[in-house]
Every structure is written in structure tokens, then in C-alpha cells.
Design a protein around this ligand. Structure first.
Ligand code: RTP
Ligand code: MG
Length: 140
């Protein structure tokens, strides 16, 4: 399988509870390498732009408020089949449906406050990485 890169975000519910290191350990244990990482406090407008694909969904406003409510850690993860592997390590969107041992099963508080974001396809991964990182900030 090809080496891929994917965009990950450790969300405000997780940074609030000081879970960055525990979540990063899950990525690293799964063979994902953190090749870029920075802590940011997004504005609601920036969060809205990032999640523009969900603009028509009923939870959009709440999602943007939440993403701007506290710092996030944005990161690029690299590895074989990184996009799917990251989604596997994250677990289902709703923690009630997430498999045991996944990040969301262990740490997420609700379907909205679910600790992590991960790109869902190669095209979105490329767009989302470019949204947050300049090429020189990614060190493979
Ligand atoms: P993400 O994009 O954050 O990696 O999560 P995902 O693919 O598993 O889920 P997606 O359908 O893309 O939804 C994006 C984020 O919106 C919030 N959400 N809230 N209240 C709700 O019913 C609801 N549904 C989704 C979650 O934070 C979800 O991760
Ligand atoms: Mg998504």
C-alpha cells in the first residue's frame, strides 16, 4: 500500500482534558508518524471555512462554535494507507458506536465533542493539509 499523508485535528474537548499525548501515542502505536504539528486557537470563521462541506447540516453552527471554543492541535500523519488507518484508530463518529480501543471509544464525550478529526479521502486530505500547513512545515 502507498505511503499517504492525512490531516488530523485533536479537538477542543481533548485539549481541554490534556489528552494530546495519549492521543498521539495511539497514532504512533498504529504506525502513523506525526510529520507536522501545531497548536492553534481557531476563530469561528476559520472553523466554518474548514468545515464548509457541512454548512447545510443542522449541527454546523454548534460544530463551528465548539471548534473555536479552545485550542486545537492540527497535525499531518504519514504512513502506509494513512487515511484509512487514521479513521480506523479514530473509531466511529459517535463514540457509542466506536470499537473498543479506538480514540473515540476511549476519550470522546459525545457525537459532537468527539476528540479528533481525520480526513476521509485522498482529495480532502490534500485540501485539508494545504489549509493548515505550508510545504516547508511538513518534515517527513
Ligand atoms: P470528522 O470530519 O471531524 O473527522 O468526523 P467524521 O468524519 O467522523 O464525521 P462527519 O460526518 O464528517 O462530521 C463532522 C463532525 O461534526 C460533528 N457532528 N456532530 N451533533 C451531531 O449529530 C453531529 N454529527 C456530526 C462531529 O464533531 C463530527 O466529527
Ligand atoms: Mg468528516
Amino acid at each position: 500500500m502507498a505511503i499517504e499523508r492525512t490531516l488530523s485535528i485533536i479537538k477542543p474537548d481533548a485539549t481541554n482534558r490534556n489528552l494530546t499525548g495519549k492521543i498521539n501515542a495511539k497514532f504512533e502505536e498504529a504506525g502513523l508518524r506525526i510529520v507536522a504539528q501545531k497548536r492553534m486557537h481557531l476563530t469561528k470563521e476559520q472553523a466554518g471555512k474548514f468545515y464548509a462541506v457541512h454548512a447545510e447540516r443542522p449541527f454546523y453552527d454548534e460544530l463551528c462554535e465548539f471548534m473555536a471554543s479552545a485550542p486545537v492541535v492540527v497535525q499531518v500523519l504519514e504512513g502506509e494507507g494513512a487515511i484509512a488507518k487514521n479513521r480506523e484508530v479514530m473509531g466511529a463518529t459517535n463514540p457509542a458506536d466506536a470499537e473498543a480501543g479506538t480514540i473515540r471509544a476511549e476519550f470522546a464525550e459525545s457525537v459532537g465533542e468527539n476528540s479528533v478529526h481525520g480526513s476521509d479521502a485522498p482529495e480532502t486530505a490534500a485540501e485539508e493539509i494545504a489549509f493548515f500547513f505550508a510545504g516547508l512545515e511538513i518534515v517527513g
